[in-house]
Structure formats: structure tokens, C-alpha cells
Design a protein around this ligand. Structure first.
Ligand code: NDP
Length: 243
């Protein structure tokens, strides 16, 4: 199955893994609807591919109406949705003793509710089509808990559970589910770390061992391009030197 002409909606496309996936799929002539809060960054990305069909739209994934509007744009423009890639995420790092309750709420709003908002917005279309593919960027942090990452870990464990539930409920409708679980990847994710010491430590790890966002984009493209009867349920991608 080719990527060409598939209608793919991507959240968190303004940088990192989402931007790299946009480029990978644009090179393979997918029809793209890309969302994030930084519209200028999305438009810069679109400008790199003047011959491809790419629609940019401002979206905050914590706001269901905005996520629904993104899905509606894809439906109105292309008449169907083949893939939703729920990729937007943040990773504040903080020990629980710091009681960063606002930060906890934001992690759950973006990483968990963002994914659920995407599922809620797109599922009626895919059930009606009796086909579709929902992908989420999870993490090795959705498998292994480490100190200072507990809330992020919790959000990514939750996403894995939700995606597995989605698979069990919807595979009879030919809706595929893929969980992409990267280890350390060199992106702008460290900017969502508010504690400066933790931010420095994270950048250090990424500089030493981090994969590139393009490495992850290739795995997403692999899942999308698999035959329709083949459901790539999870891909775990660690840099070779990550524990
Ligand atoms: P980036 O910070 O480069 O990208 C994050 C993307 O999410 C940006 O496009 C950002 O866009 C978007 N985003 C953040 N908050 C919102 C929001 N409220 N609404 C809409 N979009 C939002 O980091 P990555 O590319 O690394 O992160 C992508 C995913 O990969 C995340 O889910 C992250 O948890 C996961 N991941 C990353 C790893 C890494 O080591 N980098 C490892 C494992 C998983 P904007 O600010 O313009 O809204």
C-alpha cells in the first residue's frame, strides 16, 4: 500500500517528530492536514513543498472544538480521512515533591486529553468509512518509570492503554492503531521542561545519544504504508545506547 494520496491529519506538526513526519509523508505525496499552535511554523513547512497538498490549521489539542475543526477541514477538503496521527505532546520534568499541580494538569490535558480529543473527533468518520488508522506518539516512558518523570510516565502509560482499548473496540471496522514509542529524540521537547537543571540534563542526554526526528518519521511512514490487513500495533525505537 502506498502513502501517495492518503489523507493524513497530524497534530504537533510545527516541530520535531511531527514536522519530520510531515516532510516524510509530503515527499511520498500524501494529502496532509497539519495542526499545532504555531501557525507560522506550519506555514514555513508547507512552503517547503509547493507542489504538494498541505493544509495548515491552528489547533490546541486540549480544546475539543479546535480538534474537531481540524478533522472537519480534512473531511471538507478531501472527503475522507485515512490516518490521524495524534503526536502533540509536552514533557515537563519535576519531582512529585515539588507539587507542580498546574504542570500536572497541563501534561494530562495535552498528552492524554489531546489524544482522546483526536479519537473523539475522528472516530465517527472512520466508523462510517469502515476504515482508518489512528497513530499516537507514546514513549519508552510509557513502559519504564523513572524519578522526576512520574506524571509524564503516567500520561504515556495512559495513552498506551487507550490505544489498546481503541484497537480492541475498532479492529472489526478495519480501523488500525499504531503506538509509536521513541526513546530519546533530539527535538524541542526539552523546552517544555520548566526546571532549568532538569532541562540541562535532558539536553545533555539528547546530545549524547538522541535519535533524529527523521528516524521516528520513517517508522510512522512504515506503519502507514503497510498493507491494509496488517496492523502495526506498536513500534519501540531506542537509540542504541539508551538503557
Ligand atoms: P517538540 O517539542 O519538537 O514537538 C511537540 C509538538 O507538540 C509541537 O509541534 C508543539 O506545537 C505541539 N504541541 C504542544 N502542545 C500542544 C497543544 N496544546 N496543542 C497542539 N499542539 C501542541 O517535541 P517532539 O517532537 O519530541 O514531541 C512529539 C511527541 O513525541 C510528544 O508526544 C512527545 O511526548 C513524544 N516523545 C518525544 C521524545 C523525545 O525524546 N523527543 C521521546 C518519546 C516521545 P506548538 O507548540 O506549535 O503547539
Amino acid at each position: 500500500m502506498s502513502i501517495e494520496n492518503k489523507v493524513v491529519v497530524i497534530t504537533g506538526a510545527s516541530s520535531g517528530i511531527g514536522a519530520a513526519t510531515t516532510k516524510e509523508l509530503a515527499k511520498n505525496h500524501a494529502k496532509l492536514v497539519i495542526g499545532a499552535r504555531r501557525l507560522d511554523r506550519l506555514n514555513d513547512l508547507k512552503a517547503e513543498f509547493p507542489d504538494e497538498e498541505i493544509i495548515t490549521q491552528k489547533v490546541d489539542v486540549t480544546n475539543f472544538d479546535e480538534v474537531q475543526a481540524l478533522i472537519d477541514t480534512a473531511n471538507e477538503k478531501f472527503g475522507r480521512i485515512d490516518v490521524l496521527y495524534n503526536n502533540a505532546g509536552i514533557m515537563p520534568v519535576n519531582a512529585l515533591i515539588n507539587r507542580a499541580r498546574d504542570e500536572w494538569q497541563q501534561i494530562l490535558n495535552v498528552n492524554v486529553m489531546g489524544v482522546l480529543n483526536g479519537i473523539a473527533a475522528v472516530l465517527p468518520t472512520m466508523v462510517k468509512q469502515k476504515s482508518g488508522h489512528i497513530i499516537a506518539t507514546d514513549s519508552v516512558a510509557g513502559h519504564v518509570v523513572v524519578p522526576t518523570l512520574a506524571v509524564y510516565n503516567g500520561s504515556k502509560f495512559a495513552v498506551r492503554a487507550i490505544m489498546e482499548g481503541l484497537r480492541q473496540e475498532q479492529h472489526q471496522n478495519n480501523i488500525r492503531t499504531t503506538i509509536v514509542s521513541p526513546g530519546s529524540v533530539s527535538t524541542e521537547l526539552y523546552k517544555s521542561i520548566n526546571n532549568p537543571e532538569n532541562q540541562k540534563a535532558e539536553i545533555n542526554v539528547e546530545n549524547q545519544i538522541g535519535l533524529s526526528a527523521e528516524n521516528i518519521a520513517k517508522s510512522v511512514a512504515f506503519a502507514i504504508s503497510s498493507p491494509a490487513n496488517m496492523d502495526v500495533n506498536e513500534v519501540i525505537i531506542r537509540p542504541i545506547r539508551q538503557d
